[in-house]
Design a binder for this molecule. Structure first.
Ligand SMILES: NC(=O)c1ccc[n+]([C@@H]2O[C@H](COP(=O)([O-])OP(=O)(O)OC[C@H]3O[C@@H](n4cnc5c(N)ncnc54)[C@H](OP(=O)(O)O)[C@@H]3O)[C@@H](O)[C@H]2O)c1
Length: 254
């Protein structure tokens, strides 16, 4: 049932590490030419080289997507240099945890700026291109996949603003799905549980200790596990839309 992505173009935000890095490789492995978007250009260049070495095609685009012009520019550069846009993975995100009372307000602003605004800027710029590509060959269907989180479904103390951004991503996904699904643009949300990435390294030290207690002996997911979920969604036949996928480590309770 898997349909390869040959002849299509994908854009992955946050491709310089973790889930985005693994997803870009997975989509390239399915035949897509992949635009790699993030701020750390050296990482993107290394990934592009690795993809090319494997016989794929990739374009590194340095952009801070919390800046509207840069987010729109990343989409426009993709289309002008690669000719089209069929798949968007809104993956870039930041998770800054801790009790609301003692939280630096800048942490809340960073999460809203990236997890909400960045995702919206990229989605808004990409939609016309996704709608256009869905009208023609090779697949007559296109995909926008939003990476939310288990935190987009379950609220917990010390996670409030991250919860707010990810619940929002899940809601936006469903509303947009209703708007464009009839024109064969599939809008999906993936909600990972704990994954071994750099995400946690941005959390303040005192909060990290509390978090470690919650994690206990959990065997966390690898970025490739989530890349696999994204690849599954976007390689379905035209008639099949996997709207939502929640992927937890087997022994994660909440
Ligand atoms: N890891 C988990 O347990 C987990 C669980 C559920 C959901 N998620 C979600 O998965 C997504 C990916 O996170 P990850 O775990 O793979 O973490 P990660 O390794 O920290 O990756 C985050 C990515 O976002 C990029 N990024 C950060 N700020 C950016 C900006 N202003 N503009 C463009 N790109 C930016 C980073 O690249 P640069 O720094 O180079 O810009 C990096 O590539 C996030 O949305 C996260 O909320 C993760």
């Amino acid at each position: 049932m898997t349909e390869r992505l040959d002849g299509t173009v994908a854009l992955v935000t946050g491709a310089s590490s973790g889930i985005g890095h693994a997803t870009a490789r997975a989509l390239a492995g399915q035949g897509a030419t992949v635009a790699l978007v993030a701020r750390r250009k050296d990482r993107l260049a290394a990934l592009a080289a690795a993809i090319e070495q494997d016989g794929g095609h990739a374009l590194a685009i340095e952009a801070d997507i919390t800046d509207r012009d840069q987010a729109q520019g990343a989409v426009e550069t993709t289309v002008s240099k690669l000719g089209r846009l069929d798949t968007v993975v809104n993956n870039a995100g930041v998770m800054l945890l801790g009790p609301a009372e003692s939280a630096p307000i800048e942490e809340w602003e960073r999460m809203v700026a990236l997890n909400v605004n960045g995702l919206l800027y990229v989605s808004h710029a990409a939609l016309p291109h996704l709608l256009k590509a869905a009208e023609g060959e090779p697949r007559q269907v296109t995909d926008l996949v939003n990476i939310s989180s288990i935190a987009g479904r379950v609220a917990r103390a010390s996670v409030g603003v991250y919860n707010l951004t990810k619940f929002g991503v899940t809601a936006f996904t469903e509303a947009l799905r209703q708007e464009v699904g009839t024109r064969h643009v599939r809008i999906s949300v993936v909600e990972p549980g704990a994954v071994a990435t750099e995400l946690i390294t941005h959390v303040r030290q005192e909060v990290l200790m509390e978090l470690a207690k919650r994690m206990g002996q959990m065997e966390v997911l690898q970025p490739e596990d989530i890349a696999d979920a994204v690849a599954y969604i976007v390689t379905r036949p035209r008639r099949v839309a996997v709207n939502e996928m929640l992927v937890r480590p087997t022994n994660q309770e909440m």
